[in-house]
Design a protein around this ligand. Sequence first.
Ligand code: FPP
Ligand code: MG
Length: 297
Amino acid sequence: MTSMTQEQFQDALNARVSTIEKVLVSALPKNITKQKTIADAMEYSLMAGGKRLRPMLMLEAYRLFGGSDEAEIEPFMAAIEMIHTYSLVHDDLPAMDNDEYRRGRKNTHIVYGEDMGILAGDALLNYAYETAVEGALKLKDPANGLKALQILSRKAGVYGMVGGQVVDVELTGKPISEEQLDFIYRYKTSALLEASLMAGAAEEEIAQIECVGRLVGLAFQIQDDILDLTSTAEELGKPIGSDLRNEKTTYVSLYGMREAEEAVEEYSKEAVEILENLSEENEFLDQLIVSLIHRKK
Ligand code: FPP
Ligand code: MG
């Protein structure tokens, strides 16, 4: 399938992360006066060094479908990472998972207070759309930007991540069925990964790439469950055992560790198979998905 060595892949990955970080820094709000606290809190949370998976998938899908002017997709890459970051900031609040650490440092609400934690999430979500709309208006054909915005807003909202989080929160501490777990994972985690891949996709292949996003999301969330039990706080950048503490049913608690590990591999391979059957090809993207099977954080 691939001719890239592990080292070449790692170098390519690092290069992309640093490109994305530059895009994020330049997208942050400028000319802030009295509302400086919120700009600081936005920067603190956005620049905390995540894996940058969603903007990376978006860029690779844009390339896969023949996009060549990366300035076109950059505002959307920034937007999806802002949406992802807001979701983490709010997920860590006392009213939700009540976590103090993520990405190896204190969470936004711990550093800036709960009020500013809420507002930083609100600000990031709003600013994400502000950034994407600006980007859409600059496109040769703004209608393409409008389509990307439609995907982004839908997958982040009631029919996507927020919908999944609602069911996750409601069912925390309760026994849940396989069907309910599937719903939570597809909405809470897969939806944003689907949006990342779909935003720059060609119309004819949008359903297939959505399916790739769903599978990658399921694999990603199951690996998240596994790491919460098997990793260390140092490696993960946040305390382990959070699902047990929060009495959450996970893929591992429902199906067992072995089945969970097999599912990560199975879903990831299925995703790569779909990608390989598309008329276009992106070797880095294939490799990126495979690398997530064995991710350690
Ligand atoms: C970790 O991403 C995040 C997930 C596995 C998704 C969990 C979903 C939520 C927390 C939804 C919350 C929704 C609302 C509306 C509050 P990652 O491992 O890519 O994190 P990184 O960017 O730090 O690497
Ligand atoms: Mg949570």
